[in-house]
Each structure stands twice: as C-alpha cells, then as structure tokens.
Write a protein that binds this ligand. Structure first.
Ligand SMILES: NC(=O)c1ccc[n+]([C@@H]2O[C@H](COP(=O)([O-])OP(=O)(O)OC[C@H]3O[C@@H](n4cnc5c(N)ncnc54)[C@H](OP(=O)(O)O)[C@@H]3O)[C@@H](O)[C@H]2O)c1
Length: 325
C-alpha cells in the first residue's frame, strides 16, 4: 500500500509517499481503508521533529482519519467490513490502510462525508471539553476565541454558539475573521491592531470576556487575560505562536479570573466518564446535523505536502484534509 513516510526529521518537501506493507491485524484491532486523513498543527511540528515528544523513525504521520472497515480481528464484534468509521490514533493515518484499536473508532453517522469525519474528532472534542467541562460556559456569556479561524479555534466558534454564548472571533486577517463569522461568530476582532482591547471593551459593553479560549499563547494571552470579566475563565489550549506566556499571579487576583489547562491527551485516562459524555454529545449533534464540522482545504494524496505547508505557514482556515482513495 502507499503511505506517507517520514524517514528523517527533515524539511517537509523531502517527506515522500512510499510503498510499504499493508498493516497486519492483531487482537483487538480493526483495519480501516482510509478515505480522508486530517493534518493539524501538531502534525506539522511532529514531521519536523519539533514536537515535545518524538515518534521513532520511520513513521507515517496523521492522527485523525475517516474510512471504511476493511477487516476485523476475530475477538472484535460490531465493526462489519464496509462500516464507515471515524478514528483518532497516535499516528499512521496518511496511508491507504491503518490498523486501529476498536476503542479508538466510532461509527460515522449518515450524511457525514469522509472529509468531515477526518476533520471532526480532535478539534471538536478539545473545544467541547474545554468550553463545557473546564470553562463551564453558560448561555448568554461572552466567549472570546483567539486564533478563531484555525482548526481548534473554528470548532470553539461553532460549539460556543451551540452552547448559547455570544462569540467574538479574534484573528489576524480580514479573511480569517470573515471565515469565523461565516461559521457563526457574532463579531470579529483584529488582535494585530494595537487598540484591540479597547475594541473588545466596546464589543462587550465594558464587561470583558467571560471565557477566553486560547490556542495561541505569547504576549496575546497576557493581554487577553487583562480583558477577562470578573469570574472569567481563561482556557489554555496551546501555543501556536511558539511562545509560552508567564502570567503574574497578581492578575488572577485583581481580575477575579481563573487560568484553566486543557489537555486532550490526558482526559481519557484521567476523566473517562467526562470524555465519554462529551463524545456522546458531539456525536448526537453530528448525527442530527446540529453540528456540521468545518472542512478547510482538501488536498489530493499526492499533494499532501500542501496540507503541511498550510499548517506551518499560518495560512490554514479550518482543518486541512488529505483525500486518500
Ligand atoms: N490542548 C489540547 O488538547 C490541544 C488539542 C488540539 C490542538 N492544540 C493546540 O492548539 C494550537 C492550535 O492548533 P490548530 O491545529 O488549531 O492550529 P492552526 O489551525 O494552525 O491554528 C492556530 C492559529 O494560531 C494563530 N497563530 C498565531 N501565531 C501563530 C504562529 N506564529 N504560527 C501559527 N499560527 C499562529 C493563527 O491565527 P491568526 O493568524 O489569526 O493569529 C492560527 O490560525 C496548537 O498549539 C496545538 O498544539 C491543543
């Protein structure tokens, strides 16, 4: 089968599609014929060896995918060949076939395309866990989303609206702000503009943001925290800017605000019931079309480098997807 293979932590241009052995089934596993795989910010870091953990070489990148069941281990029930599924694994999805644990697979609801399925899991699970379980976002509150047109950002825009919040989408370009507004945000905010906190004050009638969803980090996070409402919650999602900010402890005291960490990688182990509840809510919304995942750009398999290029040049709108079949 064909798979993208990283043999060296090298320039993205040097990663190639190779012919490799089709993965063998083992106990507890399901083999999926991949139809679409997503490329996120973390994948862009991983293939360059810049992520906090390094995958042993060689490896096939890609942690999210959608496809159809190809074959099933004899100890697994409930995944007949041909069943459409959505999955999330550590890596390996930029390939024609992948073996995944049955526990990491979910049936794709009717009407959900492979591109939507591949764009769905990590970003929407992160965003809903952050907004509901961590941020306790309530209907009528104001949610400020930083990096609002990016993968996890646009998921928070859509889910913030579903939870009844007023959503302010902050992003660096007019195109990105417009994209977030088209996806449901109530207002856009240009945070590259020096007076952006005054504009936020105006947009919130001096109240500030009740919840700040922050996948960007750096100086922007420090400035945003200064604009938090009393009893506000600042959700630490990531550091796409490349800078981890250091907040002085007097600020939470003076603002009556809380800083809350969010780590998708740990919730399954630490809060399995919460994860299950959040996933159930997401799949209910996905099935009844209340939630339609945003697919950013779709690349052909042979053009997979374009997806990585978008993720490493700050130019992506939504999630980048590679179509495989
Ligand atoms: N906590 C978790 O469990 C979890 C889960 C998933 C992802 N994440 C993290 O969330 C962050 C965003 O991931 P993503 O997949 O949404 O990425 P993305 O699609 O590239 O979005 C990131 C956004 O950050 C902004 N940004 C500001 N400075 C940037 C810079 N120097 N380079 C790139 N982007 C910059 C960009 O918006 P503007 O141009 O509008 O500023 C961009 O749209 C990453 O740090 C990722 O590791 C965390």
């Amino acid at each position: 089968m064909k798979a993208v293979v990283v043999e060296d932590y090298d320039r993205i241009e040097n990663i190639a599609i190779k012919n490799v052995a089709k993965p063998e089934l083992s106990s507890g596993m399901v083999r999926v014929r991949v139809q679409a795989a997503a490329v996120g910010f973390v994948d862009g870091l991983k293939v360059q060896g810049l992520y906090q953990t390094k995958d042993p070489l060689p490896f096939t990148p890609g942690s999210e995918f959608a496809g159809v069941v190809d074959a099933v281990a004899s100890d697994i029930e409930g995944f007949a060949p041909g069943t459409p599924v959505i999955g999330m694994v550590r890596n390996g999805s930029l390939a024609e076939y992948i073996c995944a644990s049955a526990a990491d697979l979910f049936m794709t609801p009717d009407g959900v395309t492979p591109e939507m399925g591949a764009s769905f899991f990590a970003n929407y699970l992160t965003a809903l866990y952050a907004l509901s379980a961590r941020g306790k976002l309530r209907s009528g509150e104001t949610l400020l989303v930083l990096g609002a047109a990016g993968g996890v950002g646009i998921a928070a825009v859509q889910l913030g609206k579903l939870l009844g919040a007023r959503v302010i989408a902050a992003a660096s370009t007019e195109e990105k702000r417009q994209f977030a507004i088209e996806c449901g945000a109530d207002a856009g905010l240009d945070y590259t503009h020096e007076g952006w906190r005054d504009e936020l004050k105006r947009l919130t009638g001096s109240h500030g943001a009740d919840v700040i969803y922050d996948p960007v980090g750096g100086e922007l996070s420090l400035q945003a925290f200064r604009s938090i409402a009393w009893n506000g919650r600042h959700l630490v999602i990531g550091f796409a800017s490349g800078n981890i900010p250091a907040l002085k402890f007097n600020l939470p005291l003076l603002k009556g605000g809380a800083l809350l960490g969010v780590d998708l990688a740990q919730i399954g182990r630490r809060e399995p019931e919460v994860r299950e509840r959040v996933i159930a809510q997401l799949f209910t919304w996905l099935s009844n079309k209340t939630l339609v995942p945003v697919v950013g750009r779709i690349f052909a398999f042979e053009d997979f480098r374009g997806a990585f290029a978008a993720m490493t040049t700050r130019s992506a709108l939504g999630k980048m997807v590679v179509r495989i079949d």
